[in-house]
Design a protein. Structure first.
Length: 420
């Protein structure tokens, strides 16, 4: 048999969840959302929702979430559920800071990757070799990583100049850069506040302004992951382990090896996301620095239907909502209530077109409540702004649950030779 045969289990089955949005349709949807956002900006006067600074902050906050999501994608495409992403990120933040303040930020990045990979190795041994429940193993790793880093901090950072038991000494910056000429021009265009044009300028300008070299690396890893997993024989074999490991084994694939490779790469990505937090997002390690971003990264992966492109969109969405907490949060979130109400109207119309009348009626009622909320208030509580990323995570997962298609053997126990 040829290796192409291995691809058969991966073929999307017809029926619910089998269809994926085509690129032209996706671009039309994004353009439509941008037009609505621009209209809401003009109505509410909340200029910050599409400013260059807002988008630049959103990108910086989306990177660690996206890297954690990429880590989850690699592991789950090989059939291993990786709830331990949070713990691997924690190890990445600590190892990155520990090496970074002593030997420089780039050495810290490497150590952050290694730290995450070491945590992933423990997860791989537990789940692949000993067949421990994947959820149990991941949760145990998260607890272990949290306790281990707190314990180690007392013997390292507490005795270092500028450090404490909950904080590392300062780490040198990797530096930032903007695209010459283009970045300034887009920022000027964004400040004119023209309908749609200025909003697009703010979006694009945010992607080209005050960039860390590590941000560029992280963004490049998205298409690289797609190419490796969907355009190489290595990726084909790895994905076959997550779809039908028995069939893959019958064709000569070393399933254990590919699962180990995938989980270790997964930990490396999560560790890189952790190192980004301690070295780029802030120049110190802080206890509790990940703040659940490993779980949000997992949610971004699920939102993206276990695909790199969708994952990147999910990470961008969560990064944007997280950035609201740092830049004009209460005003901007209040404006976004109106945007959400309008989007729910379109959602209700779509459900009605699909003849799902009860969900459509519920959606339109929720939309009406959102309109009333916006019209009767001028602001939102600060606590709501802080909770917005987590609320969006729950909403996105609940609304997208009907169209998801995970790898068929994801999380299922496997023993070598079980198909014989």
């Amino acid at each position: 048999m040829s290796t192409a045969t291995i691809a058969k289990p991966q073929a999307t089955q017809p029926g619910k969840g089998g269809r994926r949005m085509s690129l032209p349709v996706l671009l039309l949807v994004i353009a439509g959302v941008l037009i609505l956002t621009s209209a809401v900006r003009l109505i509410t006067g909340a200029e910050g929702i599409t400013s260059t600074g807002q988008m630049s902050t959103a990108l910086r906050l989306a990177v660690p979430i996206g890297l954690a999501g990429l880590g989850g994608l690699w592991a789950e495409r090989a059939g291993v559920v990786n709830i331990g992403l949070e713990g691997m990120m924690i190890l990445g933040t600590w190892f990155g800071a520990w090496a970074g303040y002593q030997w420089g930020p780039w050495v810290g990045v490497v150590f952050g990757i290694v730290g995450g990979a070491l945590g992933a190795l423990l997860h791989a041994v537990a789940t692949v070799t000993f067949n421990v429940n994947h959820i149990v193993s991941g949760v145990a790793l998260n607890i272990l990583a949290l306790g281990a880093t707190r314990y180690l901090s007392k013997f390292t950072f507490e005795n270092a100049e500028g450090g404490s038991s909950k904080q590392s000494p300062p780490i040198d910056s990797l530096g930032t850069f903007s695209v010459p000429g283009l970045s300034d021009w887009l920022d000027t265009l964004n400040q004119k506040h023209w309908f749609f044009i200025s909003d697009v300028a703010g979006l694009v300008g945010g992607l080209l302004t005050d960039l860390s070299p590590l941000t560029v690396v992280a963004v490049a890893l998205v298409p690289i992951t797609w190419w490796v997993l969907w355009r190489t024989a290595f990726g084909l074999r790895l994905r076959s382990c997550g779809e039908n490991p028995v069939a893959a084994e019958s064709l000569g694939v070393n399933v254990y090896k590919y699962k180990y490779i995938a989980v270790i790469i997964s930990g490396g990505f999560a560790g890189l996301g952790g190192a980004f937090l301690s070295i780029v997002a802030s120049n110190v390690y802080l206890d509790g620095q990940t703040a659940g971003r490993g779980y949000i990264g997992l949610a971004a992966m699920i939102f993206g239907n276990w695909m790199p492109g969708g994952l990147a969109l999910g990470a961008g969405l969560f990064g944007y909502t997280d950035s609201l907490n740092l830049r004009g949060g209460t005003v901007n979130v209040h404006a976004l209530i109106l945007l959400l109400a309008i989007l729910l109207v379109f959602g209700a119309a779509y459900l009605a077109w699909k003849k799902k009348y009860v969900p459509a009626a519920i959606t339109i009622v929720i939309s009406a409540l959102m309109f009333v909320w916006y019209a009767t208030t001028d602001d939102v509580p600060r606590q709501l702004v802080t909770a917005t990323p987590y609320i969006v995570t729950l909403l996105v997962l609940s609304l997208s649950a009907q169209s998801l298609r995970m790898p068929k053997a994801d999380g299922l126990p496997y023993r070598k030779g079980q198909g014989k």
